[in-house]
Ligand binder design. Structure first.
Ligand code: HSE
Length: 308
């Protein structure tokens, strides 16, 4: 195998109550990558997009993951990685983890699929850790596995793929800057036991609601008593987005990852599109630049489109 083309989905982390442990994959937007084997050793990165991300392989997530894979596989060839990002960096829908995951999946094909999905999460985490300064896999795991995932542990990596009924996500990305490292630094180091009990009850019931296809239970479980109350000040018009979306028939939602994007889940595409209209009606008058997406929750993770 000399050259592999991969597409990698955007992902939503936390899913309201599951900070650092729950996530799901979207059908769009997605990134495209070309990973090419070269005879001469070393890693070269090019970007075919307008985001001006670094191409230094020691600073770029893709470079960090590729280096980790070459070392772990103990091979001496080099790679060229061409990245076309459609997931805007800093949007809160897993842009950095998409670069890491796409590289892991593409490199794995060049290496004759020698790594398991679990190992790919572990390898992609090397890049994600560089981006956010902390080791959490709630974007990386759905990027590799697709669908909904639960990260039971990152050390060692233990991922649970979750059953789920058809679901649609509506995303709004206000173009304001929220840095993940900063959004993490403001979180409480400790939580009262009563609060923790309610939070883990919600995580359990959300997983049960997804498995049973019980949309009412899914809706009731999307409540966050720990992270959202602290981060809400970073996310413009979060409360208005949530209430307008619920009035349009959404099941619930909140901040996507560390923001600034917000997501709302719906049972059908028709409702997800009504939710998008409701989001427009909130944001149109704010003067803040924004983008919206409507996407099915995608059962596939990153996948190889063609290889030669
Ligand atoms: N779980 C992470 C957070 C996702 O909320 O900080 C962003 O990387």
């Amino acid at each position: 195998m000399q050259e592999v083309r991969v597409i990698t989905p955007a992902t939503v982390a936390n899913v309201v109550c599951g900070f650092d442990c729950l996530g799901f994959a979207l059908s769009e937007p997605f990134d495209e990558m070309l990973v090419r084997r070269t005879a001469e050793p070393g890693i070269r990165i090019t970007h075919n997009d307008e985001f001006n991300l670094t191409t230094d392989p020691r600073q770029n997530m893709a470079g960090v993951v590729a280096a980790a894979m070459l070392e772990r596989a103990d091979v001496d060839f080099g790679v060229e990685i061409e990245i076309t990002k459609h997931i805007m960096p800093g949007s809160g829908i897993g842009s950095s983890s998409a670069s890491a995951v796409g590289t892991a999946v593409g490199m794995n094909r060049l290496l004759d699929d020698r790594f398991s999905q679990l190992e790919l999460v572990d390898l992609a985490l090397e890049g994600e850790t560089l981006a956010s300064g902390s080791r959490h896999a709630d974007n990386v795991a759905p990027g590799v596995y697709g669908g909904f995932t639960l990260v039971r542990s990152v050390d060692p990596v233990d991922i649970v793929g979750l059953e789920h009924p058809p679901l649609w996500a509506t995303i709004i990305h206000p173009q304001v800057e929220v840095k993940t490292a900063e959004a993490r630094s403001i979180l409480p180091a400790q939580v009262p036991l009563k609060t923790a009990i309610r939070q883990w009850s919600n995580v359990g019931s959300l997983v049960a609601g997804l498995a049973a296809g019980d949309y009412g239970l899914i809706s009731r479980s999307m409540e966050d008593l720990i992270v959202e109350p602290v981060r809400r000040s970073l996310i413009p018009h979060l409360d208005e987005i949530k209430s307008a979306s619920m009035a349009a028939g959404s099941l619930g939602g909140g901040i996507s990852g560390s923001g600034p994007s917000m997501f709302m889940l719906s049972e059908t595409e028709v409702t997800a599109r009504s939710v998008e209209k409701a989001m427009h009606s909130v944001y149109r008058q704010t003067g803040i630049k924004y983008k919206t997406y409507v996407s099915a929750v995608c059962r596939d993770g990153a996948r190889v489109l063609d290889a030669a």
